[in-house]
Design a protein around this ligand. Structure first.
Ligand SMILES: Cc1ncc(COP(=O)(O)O)c(C=O)c1O
Length: 392
């Protein structure tokens, strides 16, 4: 397989294994176990003397194809496919900490990710400090001699804040900590955290990688050394493996990732500009716009805008609900990255478990709305908004 393939080629052909039947489309190996030619062969496999499969919780051919394709795309040496994005995040964090260690994480994290570092890890004796990740000085001030993990997502959910990945990675290196980046919002097309110095990348493959709202999945990518030393045993013995059926679905999904993300991003950029002109809108946050608060960092670390747009309505929650209810094509749903355009009101859905104070810190108000653009015709989406704005 060529390492020089561009993303669109890698995502169609990368990692493909063919059975003796020579099938064009990737095969699904729905099997729990594998048989051995002899007792000696079984013994050798368990000793690690050959590379064959042992049990689907450890690895299997369809999952292998998905992991290899994602590694080629990300520039990673190794990966593990998991049952969901949260299985991937929990594994990436928990596999490398022990009681007495410390985590520094950006406070602007997806709610379940924040639960893992803020609530779950401390139960096992791992302390966590949450920081406003936009300022590198906050990361530096939070670091302790026992800091083992640093964790961020960028752009963030839902306010599309951007964090300087290379800057945080440099701080992690100074103390031998590992930086995990949740790259869901950027997609592997627009941001390469490993090239920026991060040590581990995680995805909810449920989002753009599937891209058609069908199945859950997640993936953790890193160096072979990090996976061998940290994730390998955790993964085998705690059982977050992805179903081979989902690995197959995601292999098919990822083939069209560049086409979908290109259309979604073009629509998001056009809709962001349209929203900025509306009298009912007080703020638009879009990583492709010059007025994004961290436009300089975006220029440094991202090669594209975003498929998501965050905006705020002057009329608060009432206006947000009315606008969402008046849309016809754009559906109300907390998911994102789908072929269908989806809109959500974070304060009452994805971020409802935060205190009012924590929501205010993240810039989420009653009027904040998050749009995930699908692959529909851009003009139809704009007209859907035009009609809905007339109603409010
Ligand atoms: C930024 C981010 N990380 C992680 C997840 C978790 O992914 P999953 O729902 O596949 O478990 C999500 C969404 O749900 C997300 O938006």
């Amino acid at each position: 397989m060529s390492k020089n393939w561009r993303p669109a080629t890698t995502l169609v052909h990368g990692g493909t294994l063919r059975s003796p039947y020579g099938e064009t489309s990737e095969a699904i190996f729905l099997t729990q176990g594998f048989v051995y030619e002899s007792s000696e062969a079984a013994e050798a496999r368990f000793k690690g003397e050959n590379d064959g499969y042992i049990y689907a919780r450890y690895g299997s051919p369809t999952n292998d194809m998905f992991e290899k394709r994602m590694c080629m795309m990300e520039g990673a040496e190794d990966a593990r496919a998991m049952a969901s994005g949260m299985a991937a995040v929990a594994a990436a964090v928990l596999c490398q900490v022990k009681a007495g260690d410390h985590i520094v994480a950006a406070r602007a994290l997806f709610g379940s990710c924040r639960y893992v570092v803020e609530t779950l890890a401390p139960r096992y004796g791992v302390e966590c400090t949450l920081v406003d990740g936009r300022d590198l000085a906050n990361w530096e001030a939070a670091i302790r001699p026992n800091t083992k993990v640093m964790f961020l997502e960028s752009p963030t959910n839902p306010t599309l804040e951007v964090i300087d990945v290379a800057g945080v990675a440099k701080l992690a290196d100074q103390i031998g900590a590992k930086l995990i980046v949740d790259n869901v919002f950027a997609t592997p097309l627009f941001q390469k955290p490993l090239e920026l110095g991060a040590h581990v990348v995680v995805y909810s493959a449920t989002k753009h990688i599937d891209g058609q709202g069908r199945c859950l999945g997640g993936v953790v990518l890193s160096s072979k050394e990090w996976i061998d030393e940290n994730l390998h045993d955790y993964f085998r013995h705690t059982g977050p493996a992805m179903s081979p059926f989902n690995a197959w679905t995601l292999l098919k999904g990822v083939e069209t990732l560049p086409l979908r993300v290109k259309q979604q991003t073009a629509s998001a950029a056009a809709i962001a500009d349209f929203l900025a002109e509306q009298g009912a809108v007080s703020k638009v946050i879009y990583p492709g716009r010059k007025d994004h608060p961290q436009a300089d960092i975006i220029a440094k670390q991202m090669t594209g805008g975003s498929t998501l747009v965050c905006f705020e309505l002057k009329g608060g929650k009432e206006a947000a609900f009315k606008l969402q209810n008046a849309l016809e094509i754009i559906k109300i749903s907390n998911n994102l990255g789908d072929a269908k355009s989806l809109i959500t009101h974070p304060a009452t859905t994805t971020h409802k478990n935060l205190t009012d104070e924590a929501r205010a810190e993240l810039g989420i108000s009653g009027g904040t709305v998050r749009l995930s653009c699908g692959i529909e015709d851009t003009q139809d989406l704009i007209e859907d908004f035009e009609k809905a704005f007339k109603g409010i």
